[in-house]
Design a protein around this ligand. Structure first.
Ligand code: NAD
Length: 259
């Protein structure tokens, strides 16, 4: 029970890795604010947290809109009586070779994957400062934040950017007792990978499931990653055991990318 009684907000918390993180932080003892664009899925996700016996609140927001991110944090503080941990998890994939990428695609993923994290860091840090307290900010990067992957060039660029923001924010905010770190998953079997696999199939003629299987086949530990695998690292980054860590983008990928 490392974060017993703390309040944690998770963006993209309606499903996938974000929901896995929410369940784990709730099991660790935190009250949970789930933020996502998908209102209906948020309700179902909140039910899972309630079943764990922890306070939970939901807020529909688009993380690419700065005002909505600030409003989400205000809501969490008001409903749950505090604010201690910000998990900037929401993100989208985008599969297209460099030769074919369009300005519209780039604009969309930059707004969500980079600006969404930026506004999350900014709003959370301002809230911690206003409350005169320490805090933890934890951002979703990726193995693609350490290596550029073919067909995922722009996605990779956004995740490199998340590492840059994590490092700069860590340096700027350390003196205020705010730690900023990132988690870098490998291949997690969520809806995002269903979408990536389907898009590879369209672009390359690969059979459905083939690209996913190929990537999973390259994992040293021999299986796909689960949201729980990611959540175990985020639990550590959210709790007091990581108080002496800041500015890191930690790989948790079963052995795919080695740094
Ligand atoms: P997912 O698609 O299953 O879930 C993402 C969630 O984020 C969804 O509920 C979606 O509604 C929400 N979301 C998307 N855009 C949003 C926006 N603008 N505002 C608010 N909510 C928004 O994806 P996932 O696999 O759970 O991925 C979560 C994070 O982990 C992402 O940042 C992703 O890039 C990263 N990641 C995933 C993998 C993987 O293999 N799945 C690997 C490395 C990193």
């Amino acid at each position: 029970m490392t974060i017993e009684g703390k309040v944690a907000l998770i963006t993209g918390g309606a499903q996938g890795i974000g929901l896995g993180i929410a369940r784990r932080l709730a099991a660790d003892g935190a009250a949970i604010a789930l933020v996502d664009m998908k209102g209906e899925k948020l309700v179902a996700a909140a039910g899972q947290i309630e079943a764990l016996g922890r306070p939970v609140t939901t807020f529909v927001a688009d993380v690419s809109d700065r005002d909505q991110v600030y409003a989400a944090i205000d809501h969490a503080e008001r409903e749950l009586g505090g604010f201690d941990v910000m998990v900037n998890n929401a993100g989208i994939a985008q599969v297209n070779p460099i030769l074919d990428v369009t300005p519209e695609e780039v604009d969309r993923i930059v707004r969500i994957n980079i600006e969404g994290v930026l506004w999350g860091i900014q709003a959370a840090a301002k809230k911690f400062l206003a409350r005169g307290q320490k805090g933890k900010i934890i951002n979703a990067a990726s193995i693609a934040g350490h290596e550029g992957f073919a067909m995922l060039g722009v996605y990779s660029a956004t995740k490199f950017a998340v590492r840059a923001l994590t490092q700069a924010a860590a340096r700027e905010l350390a003196a205020s007792g705010i730690n900023v770190n990132a988690y870098c998953p490998g291949v997690v079997g969520t809806d995002m990978w269903v979408e990536i696999d389907e898009r590879f199939a369209t672009l390359t003629g690969a059979a459905k499931g083939e690209t996913y299987d190929k990537y999973v086949g390259g994992i040293a530990l021999g299986r796909a990653e689960t949201p729980d695998d990611v959540a175990a690292l985020v639990s550590y980054l959210a709790g007091p055991d990581s108080d002496y860590m800041t500015g890191q983008a930690v790989l948790i990928d079963g052995g795919m990318v080695y740094r």
